[in-house]
Design a binder for this molecule. Structure first.
Ligand SMILES: NC(=O)c1ccc[n+]([C@@H]2O[C@H](COP(=O)([O-])OP(=O)(O)OC[C@H]3O[C@@H](n4cnc5c(N)ncnc54)[C@H](OP(=O)(O)O)[C@@H]3O)[C@@H](O)[C@H]2O)c1
Length: 283
């Protein structure tokens, strides 16, 4: 039995369908089973990772867990939740993030990478067999441009020349399904990216190609971007790291790894393929 957490999210949803398509027994965790919309044949269970006392039924009989941690919001419960998972499961595949420091000691979770680092340390000490998936930026992050694209032909955002090797969520899920079902991945940390580095201007053009309508990127001022992110409810502590991260990717574009192809036998999907798969989100 596989327990997939984050089963209603970008990656977990595909982990559920890829595992269940192999005939594996899959249980999906969500806080709201009524809204989950998961495939027939998948057992959907209610559970909250910040409430470890309520996870017993979800974990009963489970051999392996795909863990998506709700960074920051559930960190207070992390030690007890990991201990609970380790009482039941033998193997955990953790959706971490590229750039997580290896040697850091117990981090206070003031940043997303700090939160992932702390969960990695707890998992390492849990006694479970573990593998960390460390993807770079998800292509799904660019769904944030969808309202502007649906409303017109211009995307206003910062640092058009920032180069990113965004990854398709299906490729992360394909790696997860492999690592969950094969031996030989214990104590491995896999850095996952898409197959190419594209500037944000090139990403916008790819979406235009996918939807059959030319699109243009227009530079937005950093102050306006900061105000917009705060107005959308992003915690102030996260805004400047994101803005600074984009600035750094102009002079130092993200690199590409070949881990997806090495692990799945299939090249990672391009950003254009991702845009074609999501064309309806932008129309
Ligand atoms: N976006 C990026 O560029 C990027 C890059 C590297 C790593 N990551 C990491 O990827 C993870 C997010 O993955 P994703 O994009 O696939 O997820 P997502 O689409 O953001 O969905 C979040 C999932 O987490 C579940 N969830 C939230 N709070 C929960 C709780 N308290 N208990 C149980 N489940 C909870 C939600 O389930 P319900 O609402 O159904 O309960 C949902 O399935 C994060 O840890 C993030 O740091 C993201």
């Amino acid at each position: 039995m596989f327990l997939v957490t984050g089963a209603t999210g970008n990656v977990g949803r595909h982990v559920v369908s890829q595992l269940s398509s192999t005939g594996a027994a899959v249980r999906a965790l969500t806080r709201d089973p009524g809204a989950a919309r998961l495939p027939d044949g998948v057992e959907v269970v209610r559970g909250d990772l910040s409430e470890p006392g309520g996870l017993g039924a979800a974990l009963a009989g489970v051999e392996s867990v795909f863990l998506v941690w709700p960074t920051l919001s559930a960190d207070h419960a992390a030690p007890a939740t990991l201990e609970t998972i380790a009482k039941h499961a033998r193997r955990v595949v953790y959706l971490s993030a590229r750039g997580v420091p290896d040697a850091s000691e117990d981090q206070t979770a003031e940043s997303i990478l700090g939160s992932h680092a702390r969960i990695e340390r707890l998992i390492e000490r849990s006694g479970m067999e573990w593998t960390f998936l460390r993807p770079g930026g998800f292509a799904t992050n660019t769904l944030a441009w969808a309202p502007q694209i649906r409303a017109g032909g211009v995307v206003r955002w910062i640092h058009g020349k920032a180069g990113r090797s965004l990854i398709h969520e299906r490729d992360i899920a394909a790696v997860a399904a492999r690592v969950l079902t094969e031996d030989g991945h214990a104590t491995k940390k896999y850095e996952l990216t898409g197959p190419e580095t594209l500037t944000q201007i090139e990403q916008v053009h790819a979406i235009g190609t996918a939807i059959g309508r030319p699109l243009r990127f227009e530079e937005f001022s950093l102050d306006a971007a900061r105000q917009q992110m705060l107005a959308q409810g992003m915690p102030p502590d996260l805004v400047d790291p994101i803005l600074n991260g984009h600035a750094a990717m102009v002079s130092d574009p993200e690199s590409v790894t070949d881990a997806v192809e090495e692990l799945t036998g299939t090249p990672a999907r391009t950003y254009l393929q991702w845009a074609i798969d999501h064309a309806d989100d932008f129309r």
